[in-house]
Structure formats: C-alpha cells, structure tokens
Design a protein around this ligand. Structure first.
Ligand SMILES: *Cc1c(COP(=O)(O)O)cnc(C)c1O
Length: 221
C-alpha cells in the first residue's frame, strides 16, 4: 500500500513534468493538489510520507473528521476545499482550510467575510465558474465572474484565481481555454483546473493548480 502510493505519486509527478516540458513551462509553475475525498487517513499517510504536502477535500465535515490528526502529525500541510460550500459552514471552512476553491455567490462571500473577521484567518480564494453552464453544478455563470471577483475583493477576500470543473465526457480543452481567458481579463494569475483525466491539457492551457484524486489513490469506492 505504502509502495503503491509512492509509485503513483512518482508516476503523476513524471507526467506533470512532461506536460510542463511540452508547454515550455517550469515544472514548479504547476502545483499538485492530492484530492483525498472518501480516503481514510491510512491511505493519506503514505502520500504525506512520500512528500506530498497539498491536499484537497470536497466536504467540510468529512475533512474535520480526518485532518486535525494528520495536521498534528505534519503541520506544514496545505489544505484546500474544492467542493461546494454552504454559507452556514463558512466559519468551519475558514478555520480548517488554507485555500477555498468554491466561492461562487454573493451570500457565500458575505459569510466568508464574517468568518474571516471572527477567526482572523484569511484563506486564499478562487472564484468557481460553472464553465459549461451545467444545471446543478457549482460555480457562477461565466458572464457573472467579473462581478463576483470584484465583490469578493471588496469584501476583503484574498482572491487569487479561478476554478472550474468542465463538463464530463466531452473535450475539456476549450473550457480550460475559456477559464484562462476570463482569468486574464480579470487580472487573476492562478488557475485551478485539471483532474486525473485531463490535467495534461489543463497544464498546456495554463493551469497553475491541478486537482488529482483517482490518479493518486486509485478509483474511489
Ligand atoms: C473529486 C474531485 C477532483 C479529483 O477528481 P479525479 O478525477 O479523481 O482526479 C478534482 N476536483 C474536484 C472539484 C473534485 O470534486
């Protein structure tokens, strides 16, 4: 198991470096976030032992169950929230996570601003864009992104970039290119895009953070 995790991480790092080389980008311009949702602490520890430091979860409650212990063991971890966030969980999210990728509406911006004031913590934030305009998917409409970025900045959030999950079962590259354009137009330098099935394309189109679960942990149950 330990060997598996180490081997998978090595394979992913090689693929990431190769994509960076093709794109003419330095390998350290792309950060790997290991998406550990549904994984037990016992599956996460080998990756930490192999040197992985950035991890992502999609549920606040699930993360609260496993990360305090892991953080006590290895304090220099960086925790990312990549799933939809309810406003009533904003304070818990701000307390636990270093980065929040799912800022997608005005009411959540207000809740995060209150949570920042109360906790004194200021996680880095991404505005999530529903780049394929899909019903039931998190993220703001592409046309609303500039307004939301401005609102988040005005509320005191540290907005660093945009995040998106393109529609499944279709060519992701055009959606990555569109997200990159919206980021450029809004003076944002970080792009959280690319998952196990499409991270190489995302890197070629400017991703600065790729979010990989399956490639690192195997298929989720
Ligand atoms: C689960 C998840 C991922 C990782 O997906 P894989 O296909 O397992 O790499 C990335 N981003 C978000 C938002 C997710 O929910």
């Amino acid at each position: 198991m330990t060997q598996d995790a180490k081997a998978r991480l090595g394979t992913v790092q090689d693929a990431l470096a190769h994509a960076c080389k093709i794109a003419g980008r330095p390998v350290d311009s792309v950060a790997l976030i290991a998406i550990s949702k549904t994984q037990e602490a016992a599956a996460i520890r080998p990756l930490i032992a192999a040197g992985q430091r950035r991890f992502g979860e999609n549920r606040v409650q699930e993360a609260q169950g496993k990360w305090p212990d892991l953080l006590a063991e290895t304090p220099d971890l960086e925790l990312h929230l990549v799933g939809q966030l309810q406003s009533n969980k904003a304070e818990e999210a701000v307390r636990l996570f270093d980065v929040i990728h799912s800022v997608d509406r005005v009411s959540l911006i207000a809740a995060l601003a209150r949570a920042q004031e109360k906790t004194g913590r200021h996680p880095r934030c991404y505005v999530q864009v529903n780049i394929g305009d899909e019903a039931q998917k998190g993220g703001c409409a592409a046309a609303d992104a500039p307004e939301l970025v401005a609102a988040a900045r005005a509320a005191g959030l540290t907005v660093v970039g945009l995040m998106a999950v393109p529609p499944a079962d279709t060519e992701a590259a055009p959606y990555f290119a569109l997200l990159a354009k919206i980021a450029r137009d809004n003076g944002l330098t970080e792009l959280s895009m690319g998952m196990s099935g499409d991270f190489e394309a995302a890197i070629m189109l400017g991703a600065t953070h790729v979010r990989l679960g399956t490639a690192l942990f195997g298929a989720r149950a």
